[in-house]
Ligand binder design. Structure first.
Ligand code: PEP
Ligand code: MG
Length: 895
């Protein structure tokens, strides 16, 4: 691009780019690009973003801007053979915003600028369609009064809109199109009066109108909508907006005119046909407003044959040029096609993979860009069952939306509500679909969670127990739904006035967090059918074929290994099918709830002395050994990180009367004895209490049993097929690790294990990160437990934060939930510091992450940049992580 002046005219065919979005904004750059390619773009010019920022700071324009704008207007006049402000042959212009990144509808636009009463009367004398000039003037006065002059009545309302509505109401008119030219004339006169009454007359002089509009559009960069949108989407203020001034074309001039939108490919399915819709005799806003039903784009072939063939040509040329699917806006005036906008088109996950594969096959897109064109989250959605979109929309329109929580586990689930794990198992054993509803879940609920299709909680955040276990199991999960009142004793779930009882149906959308009353039909994912259930052959599923190809491509680029967080062989099998290369976290405590073994675990905890505890541990050992063996077998030599017991012991104890009685009977002690022991073990702040390696240090025999079970299991597998890594949780001091390591190494000797193994630690406390250099002396690997590290760095409880965290995000203190996407400036700093310190002690120290952030694309980008070796996430996030890891290489290391 030539050295940037304050005005960039976009009419020059053959002008060489690049047309920089940072200066011209997305709209301005693409209009310039389309014009330079010779496509029919109404002539116009862009005032770049820098002028916006300077104007907002100094409240004045560069001295030469006025003359440059005048020159550019003259150029437009010449191109369209019309004059700005002339009565005989007036040029009308639009003034629109255009930021470097798309901010749809957040800033202002003024259309039909250049009109005044005299000009309109002259136009009306000359053209057949009397209605047209008065309607154009009416729209201009309304937009100018609202956007530029910001005229409001004493209640803060837009008086133009109110007058318009009351006029239509008095005349019993429903649609704007029913207003005739006299009506519109009356409305225009009243609009001018309203402006005068507010001491803000609308200027008649076109030049004055133009400068008013330019300043208003620049100022709209600071309006509330734009400020909030920028905050929510992490867009920097320093980008500024450009202003585009362009000759108007009219789709509402007559029946030879029209307007529409088109995608170069189908944005829902990805099919390689132009997709879109249009309206005859209408303006762009009529298509968006949805008052009239548009026609499918194919019908344009009949109505406007020449404009249609031109549009198809523009579509394919633009797609070839941008090497991406495009979304276009166009207008037809007197049968001639005009292009008003183009940008990369938004699409569903299904369309994203189809389009990426097709564009690579057609030689339009490189594999690298194809991978970058897919939102990693889309892959997660492709794996989940979905609600039928029409049915869901109808249900919501019909008032069945009950509430909304945090979308912790994507997908769609419909089922009968139950309030306990036992009820979940009972209903499921009768073949009933179940949704488990709990204020929050604990390890005691695991069997109920396994039996349920979906989980709903009223408390807890994105790393609460329900969220992380639900995701690991691949369950649909909505957590922290603040407007749900749950009474597990009365077995009722209340949303405002609606009371639901056990057995009633609800539907959970784990992708959006919506909760809908009653049943909704779901569709199962084709990819899962091929990968796991085997009902579908790969050759019969296009979606699977596309998915699988994209996955293969990710493996060509990514450097991070992808492991998974699982603790059951079937979960491990799933994760491998999705491409997991190892287990990064096996939470052994989850195995303690399997079958009848919880009673033995409780015996171990309730034991008053070492001897009784040892008896319980002896019973647990073969069970744990068998669990580990099963997992090692499934993993076939892939690395497996097994973590020692982590949560506080009281979490395993019974809290209900029948459970307490049962334990009293088993242990041959009184009920009061059991109650006393439970009270003894309960803690005021268990998250910071007797958990993690502190348990193993207090009761080394527990560590010994777990390590021995692991080595005995590993010993049964051929040494090539087992790579155990034992991980010590919640270490804050190197001495803790050193002592646990001694117990583990002794266990290896006692189990006569001769193979290779590694001992490492989680880095999940700030002290561990700060002293990582020392800790590394005793560790073969570090795995960052970013759930606890976030909790302890912020001093923010994982389980309680959902009651105030949404307000933090709403009010802009935080941009995102730090339990879902890593807080790079704070927690990330600790990760990066610990990585450096660890590797300065041990150059080859293996580094991974096993907190929930291991499945979050933005966090994965950071982990790649920090030089970690792997990320570990729940099975259903593995494809997402594979793509995000490849994108991290392409974005960070360059293509
Ligand atoms: C963590 O803290 O990040 C972690 C993986 O451990 P858990 O979630 O089991 O505490
Ligand atoms: Mg942890």
């Amino acid at each position: 691009m030539k050295k940037m002046k304050n005005v960039h005219f976009f009419g020059a065919k053959g002008e060489k780019g690049p047309f920089e979005k940072s200066l011209l904004g997305g709209k301005g750059a693409n209009l310039a690009e389309m014009a330079s390619m010779g496509f029919p773009v109404p002539p116009g010019f862009t005032i770049p973003t820098q002028v916006c920022l300077d104007y907002l700071e100094d409240d004045k324009y560069p001295s030469e801007l006025k003359s440059e704008v005048n020159k550019a207007i003259k150029k437009i006049e010449k191109e369209v053979s019309r004059s700005f402000g002339s009565k005989k042959n007036p040029l009308l212009i639009s003034v629109r915003s255009g930021a470097p990144v798309s901010m749809p509808g957040m800033m202002d636009t003024i259309l039909n600028l250049g009109l005044n009463q005299e000009i309109v009367e002259e136009m009306a004398r000359k053209i057949e369609n009397q209605r047209f000039p008065w309607d154009a003037y009416r729209r201009f006065l309304q937009m100018y009064g609202d956007v530029v002059l910001n005229i409001r009545d004493k209640h803060g309302r837009d008086p133009f809109n109110d007058y318009f509505d009351s006029y239509k109401h008095d005349k019993k008119i429903k649609e704007d199109t029913e207003l005739n030219s006299d009506d519109l004339k009356n409305i225009c006169f009243e609009y001018k009066n309203i402006a005068i009454e507010h001491n803000k007359p609308i200027p008649d002089e076109p030049n004055k109108q133009l400068w008013g509009a330019i300043s208003a559009v620049f100022k709209s960069w600071e309006n509330e909508r734009a400020v909030v949108y920028r905050r929510l989407n992490g867009i920097e203020y320093e980008m500024g907006t450009a202003v585009n001034v362009q000759a108007m074309v009219f789709g509402n001039l007559n029946n030879e005119s029209g307007t529409g939108v088109a995608f170069t490919r189908n944005p829902a399915t990805g099919t390689a046909n132009v997709y879109g819709e249009f309206l005859v005799n209408a303006q762009g806003e009529d298509v968006v407003a949805g008052i009239r039903t548009p026609l499918p784009i194919e019908k344009m072939q009949k109505v406007f044959p020449k404009a249609y063939s031109d549009l198809i040509h523009v579509c394919s040329s633009l797609e070839q040029h941008y090497k991406e699917m495009q979304d276009l806006e166009f207008t037809i005036q007197d049968k001639k096609l005009w292009m008003l906008q183009c940008r990369t088109g938004k699409r569903t996950g299904f369309a994203a993979v189809q389009i990426a594969v097709d564009l690579v096959n057609e030689g339009i897109m490189s594999k690298e860009n194809a991978l970058l064109s897919i939102d990693p989250e889309h892959l997660g959605h492709l794996l989940q069952p979905l609600f039928d979109p029409n049915e869901k929309q109808n249900a919501i329109r019909g008032g069945r939306l009950l509430g909304r929580g945090l979308p912790a586990g994507p997908g769609a689930a419909t089922g009968r509500i139950v309030f306990s794990a036992t009820a979940a198992e009972d209903f499921a054993s009768r073949g009933e679909p179940v949704i488990l509803v709990r204020p929050e879940t604990s390890p005691e609920d695991i069997r109920g969670m396994a039996a349920a299709r979906g989980i709903l909680t009223s408390r807890g955040g994105m790393t609460s127990h329900a969220a992380l276990v639900g995701r690991q199991m691949g369950k649909v999960c909505v957590v922290g739904c603040q407007n749900a009142r749950i009474d597990v004793v009365k077995k009722i779930l209340i949303f405002n006035e609606r009371i639901l009882r056990e057995g009633n149906f609800i539907s959970l959308d784990g992708t959006t967090g919506q909760i809908v009353d009653g049943e909704l039909p779901t569709r199962s994912s084709e990819i899962l059918n091929v990968l796991l259930d085997g009902y579908l052959n790969p050759e019969d599923s296009k979606v699977y074929q596309n998915y699988s190809l994209i996955m293969d491509w990710t493996d060509d680029f990514r450097k991070l290994k992808i492991r998974t967080n699982v603790d059951q062989p079937d979960q491990a099998r799933k994760a491998i099918a999705f491409g997991a290369e190892g287990i990064g976290l096996c939470r052994t405590e989850h195995m303690f709830f399997e079958g009848e073994r919880i009673d033995i675990v409780r015996e171990m905890i309730l034991a008053e002395n070492k001897e009784i505890r040892q008896q319980a541990l002896d019973k647990l050992l073969p069970l744990q050994q068998n669990d580990f063996e099963q997992i090692f077998k499934v993993m076939k030599g892939k690395p497996v990180t097994i973590r020692l017991l982590d949560p506080p012991l009281h979490e395993f104890l019974p809290h209900d009367v029948s459970g307490i009685k049962k334990m009293a009977k088993i242990m041959k002690v009184s009920v009061n004895e059991i109650k006393r022991r439970i009270a003894e073990l309960s803690e005021a702040n268990p998250m910071l209490g007797h958990r993690g390696c502190r348990l193993g240090l207090a009761y080394p025999e527990i560590t010994e049993m777990q390590a021995k079970a692991l080595f005995l299991a590993a010993g049964k597998i051929s040494s090539n097929d087992v790579h155990p890594e034992i991980m010590v949780p919640l270490v804050g001091h190197m001495e803790e690790l050193k002592r646990q390591k001694r117990v583990i190494s002794n266990a290896a000797k006692e189990a006569s294990f001769g193979g290779a193994y590694q001992i490492g630690t989680m880095i999940e406390l700030p002290r561990a990160a700060l002293t990582a250099g020392e800790i590394a002396k005793h560790a073969d690997f570090f795995s960052f437990g970013t759930n606890d590290l976030t909790q302890t760095t912020f001093g923010l409880s994982r389980d309680d934060a959902s009651s105030f965290l949404p307000d933090y995000i709403e009010s802009g203190i935080l941009h995102e939930d730090p339990f879902a996407s890593l807080d790079i400036h704070g927690v990330g700093e600790l990760v990066s510091m610990a990585s450096k310190k660890g590797r300065s002690t041990k150059r080859n120290l293996k580094l991974g992450v096993c907190g929930e952030h291991g499945g979050d694309p933005k966090s994965i980008m950071f982990f790649h940049q920090t030089g970690l070796d792997y990320v570990s996430c729940s099975p259903f996030r593995v494809p997402v992580a594979r793509l995000a890891a490849a994108q991290a290489v392409l974005k960070h290391d360059g293509k």
